[in-house]
Write a protein that binds this ligand. Structure first.
Ligand SMILES: *[C@@H]1O[C@H](CO)[C@@H](O)[C@H](O)[C@H]1NC(C)=O
Ligand SMILES: *[C@@H]1O[C@H](CO)[C@@H](O)[C@H](O)[C@H]1NC(C)=O
Ligand SMILES: *[C@@H]1O[C@H](CO)[C@@H](O)[C@H](O)[C@H]1NC(C)=O
Ligand SMILES: *[C@@H]1O[C@H](CO)[C@@H](O)[C@H](O)[C@H]1NC(C)=O
Ligand SMILES: *[C@@H]1O[C@H](CO)[C@@H](O)[C@H](O)[C@H]1NC(C)=O
Length: 327
C-alpha cells in the first residue's frame, strides 16, 4: 500500500493514504509471512475442530474478540487470568463471567502456534484470526486481517464492566461505539453478529412479562415469538441462564436473517429490536435484508475497524508465551 502511494500523482490521495497509514500502518497483512508461514492454517484447524465439536463456539469466539477489543483495545487483556490478589483480570467482570466462552480454544491454538513458531505470534492476533475463521465456517464472509498487534501487560476490570449491554439505549450504545472510533453504521453491522449464537434468558426477560413496569410484555414482540420465549424463560429466577438462539430462524448460520427477524418483531434483545424502529438505523436494516452480500462486505470492513481499536505495535506490549499470563 505504501509503495503504491508514492506512484499516485494526486497530492490529496497522498494525504488521505498517509493519514490512514498513521492509524493502521503498523499492522500488515504479511506480518508473519516469513516468521510463521503456517499461522493461518494452524488457527483455521483449531477453530474448525472447536466448531466441529460445538457449533456454538463460532459465536463465542466472535464475542470473545469483541470483548477483547472494546476494553483496552485489542490486546488480549481478556485472556489474562486473575492471580490471587496481585493481578485482577477481566474474566470475572459482569459481562464476561459465566458468559464469555472459548478461552480454552485460543489457549490450545496458542500452544500449537508456539510449537511451530515460538514467541512470535501475539495472542490478540490469534484471537483476531480465530474470529474471522469462525464467521467463515459459520457460512459468513471472509476478509483480510492486518496483523502485528502485540499483547498488553495490563487488564481493566472496571472498563470491562462498561462493555455495551443489551439493556442500554441505542443512544448509549452509539456513544460507546463512537468512543472506540466506530460509528452508527458499525453498530448496525456488528450487531449482525447476532445471526449466530445464543443468549441467556436474563438478557431479555424484562421484555417478556413486565416490560418497563407495564405489567405486560414488550408490544414490539411478535405474539408467537413471545409465547415461545415465555415457555423457555418462565418468570422465575431459575430460568435466567436458559439459552435461546439470537436468530431463531437460522441459529447456526451466518446470514442476514437477523435483520429479517427485526422487521418481523422477532429481535431477541431489546438492543437488537430497536435497530429496526429507530430512524437512524432502520434504513440500514432494510438494506441488509435486500442486499445480503452488502451485509457480508460491510461486516468484514467493520470487523477490520474493530480489530484496529487501540492496538499495541512495534516495541509496545509483548508477545505472550501463554495467553493466560503476562511474560
Ligand atoms: C507448515 O506445515 C506443513 C504441513 O502442513 C509442514 O510440512 C511445514 O514444515 C510447515 N512449515 C513450517 C515453516 O512450519
Ligand atoms: C466439546 O464441547 C463441549 C461443550 O459442548 C466441551 O465441554 C468439551 O470440552 C469440548 N471438547 C473438546 C475436545 O473441545
Ligand atoms: C480502567 O477503566 C476505567 C473505566 O474506563 C478508567 O476510568 C480507568 O482509568 C482505567 N484504569 C487504567 C489503569 O487504565
Ligand atoms: C416475516 O415472517 C413471515 C412468516 O412469519 C415470513 O413469511 C416473511 O418472509 C418474514 N419477513 C421477512 C422480511 O423475513
Ligand atoms: C428522526 O426522527 C426525529 C423526530 O422524529 C427527527 O427529528 C430526526 O431528524 C430524524 N432523523 C433522521 C435521520 O431521519
Amino acid at each position: 500500500m505504501e509503495r503504491k502511494t508514492f506512484k499516485l500523482p494526486f497530492v490529496h490521495f497522498f494525504y488521505i493514504l498517509f493519514l490512514s497509514h498513521l492509524v493502521f500502518c503498523q499492522l500488515d497483512y504479511k506480518f508473519y509471512d516469513s516468521t510463521c508461514p503456517n499461522l493461518t492454517k494452524i488457527v483455521r484447524y483449531g477453530v474448525w475442530s472447536a466448531i466441529a465439536n460445538d457449533t456454538r463456539m463460532a459465536a463465542s469466539l466472535l464475542r470473545l474478540h469483541f470483548h477483547d477489543c472494546f476494553v483496552n483495545g485489542c490486546d488480549a487483556s481478556i485472556l489474562l487470568d486473575d492471580i490471587g490478589s496481585t493481578f485482577v483480570g477481566e474474566k470475572n467482570a459482569a459481562p464476561n463471567k459465566n458468559s464469555v466462552r472459548g478461552y480454552e480454544v485460543i489457549d490450545n491454538i496458542k500452544a500449537s502456534v508456539e510449537k511451530a513458531c515460538p514467541s512470535t505470534v501475539s495472542c490478540t492476533d490469534i484471537l483476531t484470526l480465530a474470529a474471522r475463521e469462525a464467521v467463515y465456517f459459520a457460512g459468513g464472509s471472509y476478509w483480510m486481517v492486518p496483523l502485528g498487534r502485540r499483547d498488553g501487560r495490563t487488564a481493566n476490570k472496571t472498563a470491562a464492566n462498561e462493555l455495551p449491554s443489551p439493556f442500554e439505549s441505542l443512544d448509549t450504545i452509539i456513544v460507546k461505539f463512537n468512543s472506540k472510533g466506530l460509528d452508527t453504521k458499525d453498530v448496525v453491522v456488528l450487531s449482525g453478529a447476532h445471526t449466530i449464537g445464543f443468549a441467556q434468558c436474563f438478557t431479555f426477560k424484562p421484555r417478556l412479562f413486565n416490560f418497563g413496569g407495564s405489567g405486560k410484555p414488550d408490544p414490539e414482540l411478535d405474539t408467537s415469538f413471545l409465547k415461545g420465549l415465555q415457555s423457555v424463560c418462565p418468570d422465575q429466577v431459575d430460568s435466567d441462564t436458559n439459552l435461546v438462539p439470537l436468530d431463531s430462524v437460522t441459529s447456526n448460520r451466518f446470514d442476514n436473517s437477523y435483520y429479517k427477524n427485526l422487521v418481523n418483531s422477532s429481535g431477541l434483545l431489546q438492543s437488537d429490536q430497536v435497530l429496526s424502529t429507530d430512524n437512524r438505523t432502520a434504513s440500514m436494516v432494510l438494506n441488509y435484508i435486500k442486499f445480503p452480500y452488502l451485509f457480508f462486505t460491510d461486516f468484514g470492513a467493520s470487523m477490520v475497524k474493530m480489530a484496529n481499536i487501540g492496538v499495541l505495535t512495534g516495541q509496545d506490549g509483548e508477545i505472550r508465551k501463554n495467553c493466560k499470563v503476562v511474560n
